[in-house]
Write a protein that binds this ligand. Structure first.
Ligand code: SF4
Length: 318
């Protein structure tokens, strides 16, 4: 039986960013150098496949440090960053710590600290409960940061009396939503201090721009990524806003609901910053089983960024 034709538009850049790549390398190298187990606080990056691969090699994932026995084995903090209290608690227990916090998240931590030192109250734009937000709020004493998630939050925001204000953002937000929130904040608090350079990271910005270019051209779009991955969720939303009514966030090809997808002639594929390319290939293979596919890459930016490894691991890196 002949298969119907299907044109696949592959968004580029997609998938792993420099921060995720570095975090995974840190666990891999720690395993190589120090042997198993290597303890990792929280999912190293938000992707089950990645976590399972590392678990298979000997990584042990925990949510809190008290789940870790007294040990000389490495303890790694995830790419999302941690509150200040976490490395301090690890130090008190004498753990060998390796920090896989993305340097672009660390930059936001340092900004928040500087604002605090200069007497500014910090407004953090982000999603409540996300590990990055918990980590950033945890850089400062309780009450020094106020989280805003929506325009309504800005409208009802009560800033501490007489305090100078500054804002900072989670790195993986929607570029468009954040712009609207920043505009509202600036309108309500005209003297608020802005970051020197946008806090939404290059990888989030580039992946959203690529989806914007592809979404209007396709009948459906698959975002390969995890439901708890902020940047993957944003990619699905961006596609929907650009008019792609069939935009799906899937972890694996097996999750494709072919009935819901319906008839398609052109499909877009992208992947969140924590989703490995092998899962994108799996989706292409699943499409190729049903359709006669042609693949075109739609590249909207080149990425050359790479981050240094922690000093303890540098000599072991390829
Ligand atoms: Fe770093 Fe951005 Fe990747 Fe998050 S998405 S790990 S901030 S580069």
């Amino acid at each position: 039986m002949t298969k119907p034709p299907l044109s696949i538009l592959l968004c580029a850049p997609r998938g792993f960013c420099a921060g995720v790549d570095r975090a995974i390398q840190i666990v891999d190298l720690a395993l190589e150098r120090f042997g198993a187990p290597v303890y990792v606080r929280h999912e190293i990056v938000h992707n089950k496949y990645v976590v399972e691969e590392l678990r298979r090699k000997g990584a042990v994932f925990v949510e809190e440090l008290d789940e870790i026995p007294d040990t000389g084995q490495p303890v790694v903090f995830s790419a999302h960053g941690v509150a200040k209290a976490v490395p301090e608690a690890a130090r008190l227990r004498g753990f060998f710590q390796l920090d896989a916090t993305c340097p672009l998240v660390t930059k936001v931590h340092r900004e928040a600290e500087i604002h605090h030192k200069r007497g500014r109250h910090v407004i953090l734009i982000g999603h409540a409960g996300h590990p990055e937000v918990i980590g950033t709020m945890g850089q400062l004493p309780d009450g020094a940061v106020t989280l805003v998630e929506t325009l309504d939050d800005v409208a009802t925001l009560e800033a501490p009396d007489g305090a100078a204000l500054a804002y900072t953002t989670q790195t993986t937000l929607s570029v468009d939503d954040t712009r609207a929130i920043v505009e509202a904040l600036t309108e309500r608090f005209p003297t608020i201090t802005a970051p020197h350079k946008e806090d939404i990271c290059y990888a989030t910005t580039n992946r959203q721009a690529s989806v914007k270019a592809v979404a209007p051209r396709v009948d459906a779009l698959f975002v390969v990524g995890a439901p708890n991955s902020s940047n993957s969720q944003r990619l699905r939303e961006v596609a929907a806003r650009e008019g792609c009514t069939r935009a799906y966030l899937i972890q694996r090809a097996a999750e494709i609901d072919w009935e819901a997808v319906g008839e398609i002639r052109t499909v877009g594929i992208t992947a969140g910053a924590s989703a490995p390319e092998v899962l994108v290939e799996e989706v292409i293979d699943a499409l190729a089983e049903r359709y006669d596919v042609t693949v075109e890459t739609v590249r909207t930016a080149d990425e050359t960024i790479a981050f240094n490894l922690p000093r303890e691991l540098r000599a072991g890196a390829a």
